[in-house]
Design a protein around this ligand. Structure first.
Ligand code: M6R
Length: 606
């Protein structure tokens, strides 16, 4: 959580930092601040609120300079106050820094370095400690600093007596640096802040130190030895990180899902066959040696894993376990060389998912990352990677990356089944042929979003929702309820439809709408009985059905039809109306859709 930006160059740094922080605001948005070198000193402006509030503060107190660091915060240590907002400095005001992550031993250090602390943060303690270690050699001090700190951190640092230089240190939390052709050096928590200046970046590894100046960027490892780093070219361009005319990133990203499906399949399908052997160079013997398949993730990525679980168990012979990372990592997991462990994470930086991956790696499992971010920590630690190719997702509520995840996981299932010798050619052609039609089907749903907008208005007074689905529609219900909760703060629970009678039915009355995902599949009739049970308790029912299915006319209060597809693929078309319903519901209530309260997109705390 928290976003960091640093810049040294020839532009007005406060404009660069504000723009950079705005592109990182999905990482946290409870307070913001920046420090600018205004010779002979460093000036700090910070306060509670969003980056737009910081911009207002700067209009009253403009900062002049071409070197600075900025921060947007998601509070961990200490409440949301001006004092706790970053940047923080040491008591002599020589060193100033911004921080993403958590320093676990900050209380111990604080007791060792008495003095007046202005905030409750672990970050101020780091500034004080660095000040005691710094004797004119910043790289040496940073080597020592990282050996003293426990936890995870990404730091951007300036010192009054080192004008023209910004230092970065990374351990556990992401940090990327880049240099433009015009001699501007930048650092940031994520690439969108750097993209307007350069698409060539260096991802810092754990322990790396870097020094940014207009002369270039230099690197050292944790031992203080000078090192060369590999430059990565980012194929996202700057237009991908604006709203493109939509009122919110979330709406733009929902509407991009046809394209996401196409991109995620591009180059991975030839004719009607899956071709993944370049990205996953596994042999038949490798795959046959894996007896277990673990799929581990958090939040929406976990629900994507649950959708894929059904397909994986249909077409591969694996003993499958799908778990949330924050549970998996604390269990006595039976993983080893006979296990393929798949970690699904949009950001590739989720702390629990990384811990789960390190556990599985340590046990000798073959580890695969399914992620949208190639330079992420997860992608760099595993054996194999499948990238989503969804483009940057800025809205805090994940939508298009869910679509990318289920697409890539389905391709993975087909690839595995093929290598196992369990996928006859005719079946592969039928399944892949249907996958190729999905972008059009998703776009057909998107074309009818006006009716979902009306539906959201009709139900906008409801305070509790129940979402139901069976089989593959159950994880879709979970995801639909999560979307509504996240962005509208309305209570929404999801249940396997067959479980309703075991408890949640007690909640039902005319004030609790029930959203039922019931495409025409093998479980449709069973779910119909649950709809009757809900209706008998006078609950209004909104049903997602397959086009042409009139079985719910006269029973459900509202019906939204989705295009017909094979049973295995129904989640691709049923999730979209639920995303749109949540979006329009939150919009109707006037909620802050792209930056919902208490959330951050990249959850780098445990
Ligand atoms: O980056 P990740 O996919 O690992 O993130 C996992 C969750 O934090 C994320 O899906 C979260 O649930 C989103 N807010 C969902 O909209």
């Amino acid at each position: 959580m928290c976003g960091i930006v640093g810049y040294v160059g020839h532009r007005n740094v406060s404009d660069v930092i504000i723009a950079g922080l705005q592109s990182l605001e999905y990482r946290g948005y409870d307070s913001a601040g920046m420090a600018v070198l205004e010779a002979p000193g460093i000036t700090i402006v910070k306060g509670v609120g969003k980056v737009s509030d910081l911009r207002k503060m700067l209009s009253e107190r403009p900062l002049c300079g071409s070197q600075g660091i900025g921060h947007t915060r998601w509070a961990t240590h200490g409440g949301v106050t001006e004092e706790n907002a970053h940047p923080h400095c040491d008591s002599s005001s020589n060193i100033v820094l911004v921080h993403n992550g958590i320093v676990e031993n900050y209380r111990e250090i604080r007791s060792e370095i008495p003095g007046e602390y202005r905030s409750e943060t672990d970050t101020e303690v780091v500034a004080q400690l660095l000040s005691t270690l710094y004797r004119g050699n910043m790289v040496g001090a940073l080597v020592e600093l990282q050996s003293r700190l426990r936890g995870s951190f990404a730091l951007a640092i300036m010192a009054k007596d080192l004008p023209g230089k910004i230092y970065c240190l990374r351990k556990g939390s992401p940090l990327v640096v880049g240099m433009s052709r015009d001699g501007e050096s930048l650092c940031a928590s994520d690439v969108p802040a750097i993209l307007p200046y350069t698409q060539d970046v260096v991802y810092l590894d754990d322990g790396d130190i870097s020094e940014l100046s207009t002369a270039g960027i230099r690197f050292w490892n944790a031992a203080g030895e000078s090192v060369e780093k590999r430059v990565s070219h980012i194929d996202w361009d700057v237009s991908m990180v604006d709203k493109g005319g939509y009122p919110h990133f979330m709406l733009k990203e929902i509407n991009e899902q046809g394209a996401v499906l196409r991109n995620s399949m591009a180059g991975r399908i030839s004719g009607r066959r899956v071709v993944l052997s370049e990205e996953l160079p596994w042999t038949r013997d490798d795959v046959l040696s894996w007896k277990k398949l673990h799929v581990v993730a958090c939040g929406t990525s976990y629900y994507a894993a649950l959708v894929a679980e059904r397909f994986l168990e249909d077409i591969t012979g694996f003993d499958i376990r799908v778990d949330v990372a924050s549970e998996y990592r604390y269990r006595n997991i039976m993983a080893g060389p006979d296990t393929l462990a798949v970690f699904v994470s949009q950001s590739g930086e989720t702390a629990d998912t990384l811990a789960a991956e390190r556990l599985a790696m340590g046990k000798g499992a073959r580890c695969l990352a399914v992620t949208n971010v190639l330079g992420s920590t997860l992608a760099r630690e595993v054996h194999d990677i499948l990238q989503l190719k969804a483009g940057p997702e800025i809205g805090v509520a994940a939508t298009k990356t869910f679509m990318g995840q289920i697409t890539v996981l389905y391709l993975l299932a087909l690839h595995l089944a093929k290598l196992q010798g369990r996928l006859p050619a005719a079946m592969e052609e039928e399944l892949v042929g249907e996958m190729l039609s999905l972008p059009y089907k998703v776009e057909a749903v998107l074309a009818r979003q006006e009716s979902l907008q009306k539906l959201a208005a009709i139900y906008s007074a409801a305070e509790d929702f129940l979402y139901l689905g069976r089989g593959r529609s159950f994880p879709v219900a979970l995801e639909g309820a999560l979307k509504l909760k996240e962005i509208s703060y309305i209570h929404a629970e999801a249940y396997a439809a067959g479980e309703m009678k075991h408890g949640p039915i007690a909640l039902l009355d005319r004030n609790v709408p029930v959203v039922v995902i019931t495409p025409k599949d093998g479980l449709h009739e069973k779910t119909f009985s649950n709809i009757l049970e809900a209706k008998a308790r006078r609950a209004p029912v909104i049903a997602l059905v397959t086009e042409g299915d009139s079985s719910l006319d006269g029973t459900a209060d509202h019906v939204f039809p989705v295009p017909a597809t094979l049973d295995q693929f129904t989640p691709f078309v049923t999730v979209v109306p639920l995303q749109l319903f949540a979006y329009y519901f939150a919009k109707f209530l006037g909620c802050d859709i792209d930056q919902p309260r208490n959330l951050a997109k990249s959850v780098t705390v445990e």
